[in-house]
Design a protein around this ligand. Structure first.
Ligand SMILES: [Fe+2]
Ligand SMILES: [Fe+2]
Length: 499
């Protein structure tokens, strides 16, 4: 794979990398750079939430590894050297801090009706409910993914991968802290109630599920985990990037720092799928198999056939696209025009007024069984635009995966299915579309969907591959070792010491 640690660092926003050091209180019970010590009421509220959080972590965090010593990165500062301190930590002792990217003096609201006014340092009263909802929905995704991934440690294909899983898990926990800080500090009693509810909902639980659909899906195996971190954490990246443009400055600063951590999650996903592809191609070549559809023989080698990878990718892409909400949305319009949420890279977008008063945007709709591009007021198509930006952002890693396949001399290409494939929310809901973008009848869909989405045999096969490999330097058959170790560690490094 061509992704290196320095590639990942380039994903860290300039503003974070270049900002001056901000003093972080690491001696405090909650490491923070928000002067928590000077706000006793807030400190007390967070300290009373903390044991409930730890209770949730023990109950719903990584199952069976709470005593393991894990080589983790802890963010102890927001400057270039401070946000990545490495060392062995037991996960329940991880120091979940509250870290905001440094304040940009003179920052103004980048979009909507209030464009150009000074960014809000306090909650704008008229938008209180909408702002709280945005924070709660973002916050809810963070513990959800920890819950979804809680059993994966037991089937880790290596200690390296196990460590990466736990790194992602503790950082999602920190992201929950980041949103809870905003709720508790800025929303009083309501905020404290919402903070508690974030610990009470459970991924996949019928009577009190997580708010968004994809976060109630199962993540039963490592291929799902890698697809999730590539595709679904990338939704996280897009949402955080849009919230980083918020006129509510504390939310913007919080999300800007979260993006630095998100980059690692995307790296785990991209390289995880990439290394799976590498192992498959190497095994095929060694066995002299040229045809990627010679599935039985390929599976007998203990690797994942490429058509199955495509079906897994199709599934994860389609459920993640639903997270963007309806393409045409009045809530989306309100979040933008109020200045609470921008577009991707809002402040850098040139050539428009950042208010979208007269602008239009093309939204594909299904009308009388045909796909039609309709010009819609751009304000109402904000979600569609973020989804389109997301799909473009997905392509880079897919291209790099395809290079691995091409280099191995195998004739196969991973592609993104059509936007409307397998959707449950928005314009394509209730319609059946093929991955190549044809509107289908129910019968055509039923006859073919097993070729497009993982079928039962696929999932059983993936399950059979999930044999743990827990000796230092060892890897399961279906995945290649990484090119570089975490923090430049050598290939034999013991990333997790299991007690
Ligand atoms: Fe997150
Ligand atoms: Fe993430």
């Amino acid at each position: 794979m061509s992704v290196t640690a320095s590639d990942v660092l380039t994903e860290v926003p300039e503003s974070v990398r270049n900002d001056a050091f901000v003093e972080v209180r690491t001696d405090a019970s909650i490491p923070n750079n928000v002067e928590l010590e000077s706000d006793k009421q807030l400190q007390r509220a967070l300290e009373s939430w903390h044991p409930n959080y730890l209770g949730w972590w023990q109950e719903m965090g990584p199952d069976g590894f709470q005593d393991a010593e894990v080589y983790l990165r802890t963010a102890v500062g927001v400057d270039p050297t401070g946000w990545a301190k490495f060392g062995y930590v037991k996960m329940p002792d991880y120091r979940w801090g509250i870290l905001l990217a440094p304040k940009v003096e003179g920052r103004t609201i980048p979009c909507g009706k209030h464009k150009g006014e000074p960014a809000w340092q306090e909650v704008p009263g008229e938008y209180r409910a909408l702002l709280k909802r945005l924070i709660v929905v973002q916050g809810d995704t963070e513990p959800a993914s920890v819950e979804q991934q809680r059993f994966l440690g037991k089937t880790a294909p290596s200690l390296y991968d196990m460590r990466n899983l736990f790194q992602v898990n503790v950082e999602e926990g920190r992201h929950l802290w980041a949103m809870v800080y905003l709720l508790v500090k800025y929303f009083g009693k309501d905020g404290r109630e919402e903070a508690q509810a974030l610990l009470e909902r459970r991924s996949g639980q019928a009577d009190n599920p997580r708010i968004l659909g994809a976060f109630n899906e199962r993540t039963p195996d490592w291929l799902s985990f890698f697809m999730f971190t590539y595709f679904t954490d990338r939704d996280g990246k897009m949402q955080l990037a849009a919230l980083a443009e918020s006129g509510f400055d504390p939310l913007s600063r919080s999300c800007r720092f979260m993006l630095t951590e998100e980059a690692h999650h995307l790296f785990v996903g991209e390289t995880g799928v990439g290394r799976t592809i590498e192992a498959t191609c190497a095994a095929m070549n060694k066995a002299g198999i040229k045809d990627p559809y010679d599935v039985e023989r390929i599976r007998a080698l203990g690797v994942v056939d490429l058509p199955l990878l495509q079906r897994k990718a199709n599934f994860h892409m389609s459920v993640t696209r639903d997270l963007f909400g309806s393409e045409i949305s009045s809530n989306g319009a309100e979040a933008f025009s109020s200045g609470l949420k921008g577009r991707f890279n809002e402040a850098q977008l040139s050539g428009d007024d950042h208010q979208l008063i007269d602008a239009v945007y093309a939204v594909t709709r299904v009308i009388d069984g045909k796909l039609v591009d309709e010009q819609v007021p751009a304000l109402r198509a904000i979600n569609c635009r973020l989804l389109d930006d997301y799909m473009a952002d997905c392509q880079g890693g897919i291209d790099r995966w395809n290079k691995v396949i091409e280099k191995a001399g195998i004739d196969f290409k991973i592609t993104q299915p059509y936007k409307g494939f397998n959707r449950r929310i928005g314009e394509f809901r209730g319609h059946r579309l093929s991955p190549d973008g044809r509107v289908l009848s129910e019968q055509e869909w039923a006859a073919n969907s097993g070729d497009w989405l993982p079928n039962e045999a696929d999932m059983a096969f993936i399950g059979s591959l999930m044999q743990p490999c827990m000796e230092a330097g060892g890897y399961a058959s279906w995945i290649a070792p990484p090119r570089v170790g975490i923090n430049q560690q050598n290939g034999e490094f013991e990333y997790v010491k299991i007690n």
